[in-house]
Design a protein around this ligand. Structure first.
Ligand code: NI
Length: 190
């Protein structure tokens, strides 16, 4: 089942998401499968639960489309439950980021190059791993979502001002997008 993707402006994207208790979510694998289906249909490389309206500490990643730049990302498909970033190290570098909740806007964002993260996978197996390069980048972007942050928060005041109107249009549904979305400020009938 595909979910509609929540657009910029929805309060769920600003909430710090809640940790998941295994007993509370016996159907977590179905949810994970639906999130991958939603993400692939929108041609994304990552999707966090708040983006489908669920304030849960869960995100999924498939960075395979980046394998031309970094061959080790072939089949880099992972599920992160109750993730905690333990450490971010290395030089900050710029990458042109986009977000399925903010269609048609891409901006250079600076982040550190390496991330150590602990998390559970969909089988509730615990991991503590270190990632660099584009893998780290996608993880950092998705992790921000479960903390209630968006990549636009990291832009300079000038860049923020330049995209202000487009962000407000997105929240109203005034944007061309090929996947189903839920717009918080849309007028009825749109
Ligand atoms: Ni995003």
């Amino acid at each position: 089942m595909k979910y509609p993707i929540v657009a910029y402006g929805d309060p769920v994207l600003r909430r710090k998401a809640t940790a998941i208790e295994p007993d509370e979510y016996p159907h977590i694998k179905q949810l994970v499968e639906d999130m991958f289906e939603t993400m692939y249909a929108a041609h994304g490389v990552g999707l966090a639960a708040p983006q489908v309206g669920l304030s849960m500490r869960l995100f999924v990643i498939d960075a395979t489309p980046f394998d031309k730049d970094e061959p080790e990302l072939k089949d880099f498909k992972k599920v992160f439950i109750n993730a905690v970033i333990e450490e971010e190290t290395g030089e900050e570098w710029a990458f042109n980021e986009g977000c399925l909740s903010i269609p048609d806007i891409r901006e250079d964002v600076y982040r550190k190059s390496t991330v150590r993260i602990s998390y559970y996978d969909e089988n509730w197996k615990h991991h503590d791993e270190t990632f660099s390069g584009l893998a780290a980048r996608v993880i950092q972007h998705e992790y921000d979502h479960i903390e209630g942050k968006l990549f636009t928060d990291k832009l300079s005041p000038l860049r923020k001002r330049l995209i202000e109107k487009r962000l407000s249009d997105i929240s109203k549904g005034i944007v061309d997008v090929e996947y189903r979305m839920k717009f918080p400020a849309a007028k009825k009938g749109r």
